[in-house]
Design a protein around this ligand. Sequence first.
Ligand SMILES: [Zn+2]
Length: 293
Amino acid sequence: MRVFPRFELFFLAFYTSLIVLVGVLVFFMTGSGETLILAALLLAFYLALALGKPLRRRRAARAQLPGEWREFLQAQSPFYRGLEDKGRAGFERDVRLFLAETRIAGTGGAPVSWQSRLLVAAGAAIMLHGRPDQEPPLRDGVTVYPGRAFDRNYRAGQGNIAGQAPAGGPLLVAEKSLHEGFADGHDGTNVIIHELAHYFDHEARKGGLKIVGASGVEMDWREAIAGEYRTHDFAASALDPYAAQNEAEFFACASEVFFERPGHLAAIHPGLFSLLVEFYGQDPRTTIMKGDR
Ligand SMILES: [Zn+2]
């Protein structure tokens, strides 16, 4: 994540220039000094509104993570443990930016513990680590359900749904499953990685992402992942059997294994692995394996 995303800087510069330009033009056409005062007021009003977010991000980027947060990440995340100093500083900054920008609430707006908020942010920071220009695709925030699961009627503590990624709503995750996803960093199961992967996938499909496949040929993201899904040997798969459901679940399950058992995935499914390296802009084997020492 960038402290100041480029597209936002572009809009800021564009509207600032537009207000100044129109103000000066009207002044030259009418000769009325009031026009300049009006343009200056309009500019001040616009900047007061538009600068709120960049200033908030700058504050978040400059802050430090509390010591106990670092200790918690150290204990919970092999990925974090495996990062060099520079990578770790970037990871921590992503965590702070994510938390400054993303609404994370319990059901009914209940507060969420810092540990659970930190694990959600860590999931996003892991997945964004190789893509500094990308923002987390979570416009509607995250809702944390109490207990291990919820059911189809969204009753907490019932059913067996650990998480869900509705396209037009917040990411849903059951708190106990969120923690369990990190408790064993090498079992290839991590619900927050799985649900975030669905949002990244939505965004890539919507944006018509182009990607270079194992063959070195640029192709549409949809085609690339569909091709892997079609040719995947599910009988000898490194992925959870749920991956066979459809392309979206295939990618989400593959992302969990990619970030938790990258060596295993690379050995068994090299084509899928290199597609994910391309998609996520990183090879987690280096990070995870260092974190294991
Ligand atoms: Zn899923």
